[in-house]
Design a protein around this ligand. Structure first.
Ligand code: F6P
Length: 368
């Protein structure tokens, strides 16, 4: 029987608990032992029974709908250094773990991919320095790593949806609906900042779902003059047609085509100074990450948990590490290393102001 560990990493996302529950229970059903690594990579680096705990069937009861992650998460600096990864490898081996499933965003899965890449040299170093025995070395020469994508940002390539994105989207829409009522009452404009890091998915989809007047996202940048003129034209037209409220959604990563960040204050100043609108700013913040998981995320996290365990059990030492995604409503296995690379190349293209390339790379993830 295999000893399979699961860990959550990076920003929490609704549905992570459902994913852990599914992985733990599927592992048990398949005759394996299930472990949870608490506090993400930090727990992996620290190790020991406080951070690496065996999980039973009942330990995850009621986790399906719960928001956040009950096994904790952290953004860990030490794991970025080889010394941290060496401790992590030693801790996994000491706990007898031979497969690791990481539920996290692109940063966390990049970390998982580096760990996968380093594993052979890490275990060799542990053996050469006498920190593990020959027997442990033989048993742990290979580590199966699998990624499930948990992030509200929906910014990972090779999957149509990340676990948590639809819950966050629902929460944003709910918040915008609340704001709508007060905006309408006072005939005000609201500039609302939406999370998503460098990805505009949440802002774009929330904009469509709430019929926002204007949306600023990093993937479609314009010059300052262009977006200001376009926004004013559209908002004025809506007002002329009798609309009493104005909603502008700004992705937190919104930029101009010169890569200058666009803040909610920049946007509000334009609405005040050019259109004379009574304008307020709302930053939704971490409320977007809270609350229970919507049905879609519970379903996605559960099915992907089953697939992750099956993938780990089917992996041979030569199989590339899988990442579990969803494409056209089917749960799929994709190469973790390719997904990470593709995600990074979108960010690189944006930083090189090659927006066309960034858009076509984003399209790749949807059509491939
Ligand atoms: O990646 C999820 C996310 O919520 C992003 O949308 C946001 O930029 C970031 O995490 C906020 O990070 P923190 O919770 O560390 O402030």
């Amino acid at each position: 029987p295999r000893n399979i560990a699961v860990m959550t990493s990076g920003g929490d996302a609704p549905g992570m608990n459902a994913n852990v529950r599914s992985i733990v229970r599927t592992a048990i059903i398949k005759g394996c032992r299930a472990f949870a690594i608490y506090e993400g990579y930090e727990g992996l680096v620290r190790g020991g029974p406080e951070y690496i705990r065996e999980m039973g069937w009942d330990d995850v009861r009621g986790w399906l709908r719960e928001g956040g992650t009950n096994i904790g998460t952290a953004r860990c600096k030490e794991f970025r250094e080889r010394a941290g990864r060496l401790s992590a490898a030693k801790n996994l081996i000491d706990a007898g773990i031979d497969a690791l499933i990481v539920c996290g965003g692109d940063g966390s899965l990049t970390g998982a991919d580096v760990f996968r890449h380093d594993w052979p040299s890490l275990v060799k170093e542990l053996l050469d320095s006498g920190r593990i025995t020959e027997e442990q070395y033989a048993k742990h020469e290979h580590l199966n790593i699998c990624g499930t994508v948990g992030s509200i940002d929906n910014d990972m390539s090779s999957t149509d949806a990340t676990i948590g994105a639809y819950s966050s989207l629902a929460r944003i829409c709910q918040a915008v609906d609340y704001i709508d009522a007060t905006a309408n009452s006072h005939a005000r404009a609201f500039v609302i900042e939406v999370m998503g890091r460098h990805c505009g998915w949440l802002a774009l989809m929330a904009g469509i779902a709430t019929s926002a007047d204007y949306i600023l996202i990093p993937e479609k940048p314009a010059s300052s003059q262009q977006w200001q003129e376009q926004m004013c034209q559209i908002v004025s037209k809506h007002r002329e047609r009798g609309k009493r409220k104005t909603i502008v959604l700004v992705a937190e990563g919104a930029i101009t085509n010169d890569l200058v960040p666009i803040s909610t204050k920049d946007v509000a100043d334009v609405l005040i100074n050019k259109l004379g609108l009574d304008t307020r700013i709302t930053t939704l913040g971490h409320v977007q990450r809270g609350g229970t998981a919507v049905a879609y995320d519970r379903m996605l996290a559960t099915l992907q948990g089953v697939e992750a365990v099956e993938a780990v059990l089917e992996c041979t030492p030569n199989t590339p590490s899988p990442m579990i995604g969803i494409e056209e409503n089917k749960i799929v296995r994709r190469s973790l290393v390719d997904a990470v690379k593709l995600t990074q190349s979108v960010a690189e293209a944006i930083s090189e102001k090659n927006f066309k390339k960034a858009m076509s790379l984003r399209d790749t993830e949807f059509s491939e």
